[in-house]
Write a protein that binds this ligand. Structure first.
Ligand SMILES: *Cc1c(COP(=O)(O)O)cnc(C)c1O
Length: 384
């Protein structure tokens, strides 16, 4: 859906209004949940609104969230999907047999595993670069023509930072389209399209909805070009659409995004600073700390905070890390991220035996609770 017509307002104001305007007939401040699967034509057999014929193609229930997210990302168009995975997959499925994808070695593990299988089975070439090795992206791009360069920043679970402007320039010089998984940064902290990316997508399950009660995704384009039309067609033709009620819940969640992201950033920084140098912790991985290798780039490309995600490497190793998770009382031992409640996970267990994640690493999704409660909880859990 196209951006709202009030892009000059601040993100906090646009979000609080949730992409909605009062109903012309009854003044309702909140738009109604619209579950209709189909749309009746008028007496001339014309559609009343050319966008809406059947709700697998387009639905008024998606409009407020799509227009709001398009505006926040400074994009031309945004489309909701059934999940973040569906949004990312649609971008790969819009490629053609023989196309080459270049992606970071460390990226969201579910999409990475799917991409490896899909590219092998459907005749696409897939090559990985190491986001932390200078020259790795240049060398990978130089090896063969590239259709799609995939970036994720900050990146799970070390919160490595990719310089989007630099990567986009390299990708474009190699003739590639550039897509950013910006789930962790949110449109409030980073706007990849303004840094040169062509496409951005989010798992809206995470910060955008923010309440751990909806699985959703969204993709946004800088230009509604032919490739974007293919992405939109994948959604309609494969039916990877968001349910109307889930879209309504997402729209409701978005209204508090600016408060939630600010609280999560503040809490995460407080936790990172508290445990930096702590006897039970061998390393704190958080781009907001000056010792993090991505700190300078993060400071340039993230505005207003470094995000709500951080990882702790536990000095006692795997067993000490697992024991600490079990002792947490405020942090819940669950996977996922970006909700109002804080979560902690032993990432190597979640990803399984093939995981490249160090066994002493605990991943924290910091919520909006009191920072003191969160720090006390981790202190008692780590001191055993
Ligand atoms: C969760 C997540 C995804 C996948 O999103 P789903 O909504 O779970 O399908 C993709 N990328 C990142 C960075 C994520 O955290």
């Amino acid at each position: 859906m196209r951006p709202t017509d009030t892009p000059d307002r601040s993100a906090a104001t646009l979000l609080a209004h949730g992409g909605m305007t009062p109903d012309a007939n009854d003044g309702s401040v909140v738009s109604a949940w619209q579950p209709s699967a189909t749309f009746a034509r008028d007496h001339t057999y014309a559609l009343r609104d050319a966008r809406y014929d059947y709700a697998r193609n387009d639905s008024p229930s998606w409009e407020p969230a799509e227009s709001l997210i398009a505006t926040l990302e400074s994009g031309a168009d945004a489309r909701l999907f059934a999940s973040g995975t569906a949004a990312g997959a649609a971008i790969v499925q819009a490629l053609k047999t023989g196309d080459r994808v270049v992606a970071p070695r460390v990226m969201y593990h579910g999409l990475r595993a799917w991409m490896i299988d899909y590219c092998a089975e459907w005749g696409l070439q897939l090559d990985f670069f190491d986001a932390n090795t200078p020259g790795s992206l240049d060398a990978t791009l130089a090896a063969a023509p590239t259709a799609l360069l995939w970036i994720e920043t900050p990146c799970n679970p070390t919160w490595d930072i990719v310089d989007i402007a630099q990567a986009a320039a390299l990708g474009h010089a190699a003739g590639a389209r550039v897509v950013v998984d910006s789930t962790v940064a949110t449109p409030l902290l980073t706007q990849p399209l303004l840094l040169g990316a062509d496409l951005v997508f989010h798992s809206a399950t995470k910060y955008l909805n923010g309440h751990s009660d909806v699985i959703a995704g969204v993709a946004v384009c800088r230009e509604p070009d032919d490739f974007w039309q293919r992405v939109v067609a994948v959604r309609g033709r494969t039916g990877s659409i968001l349910g109307s009620f889930e879209a309504w819940l997402l729209q409701r969640g978005l209204r508090t995004l600016s408060l939630r992201v600010r609280a999560a950033c503040d809490n995460a920084l407080a936790i990172a600073q508290h445990f930096d140098g702590h006897a039970a912790v061998s390393a704190v991985l958080y781009p907001g700390l000056t010792c993090h290798p991505g700190h300078a780039v993060a400071t340039r490309q993230m505005q207003g905070g470094y995000g709500g995600m951080l990882s702790l490497r536990v000095a006692g190793g795997r067993e000490a890390a697992l024991a600490a998770v079990k002792r947490c009382k405020v942090f819940l031992p669950a996977t996922s991220l970006g909700g109002v409640e804080s979560l902690i996970e032993h990432r190597a267990t979640i990803e399984g035996p093939d995981s490249p994640i160090p066994a002493d690493l605990l991943r924290l999704s910091v919520g909006i609770e009191s920072a003191d409660d969160l720090i006390d909880d981790l202190d008692q859990a780590l001191s055993g």
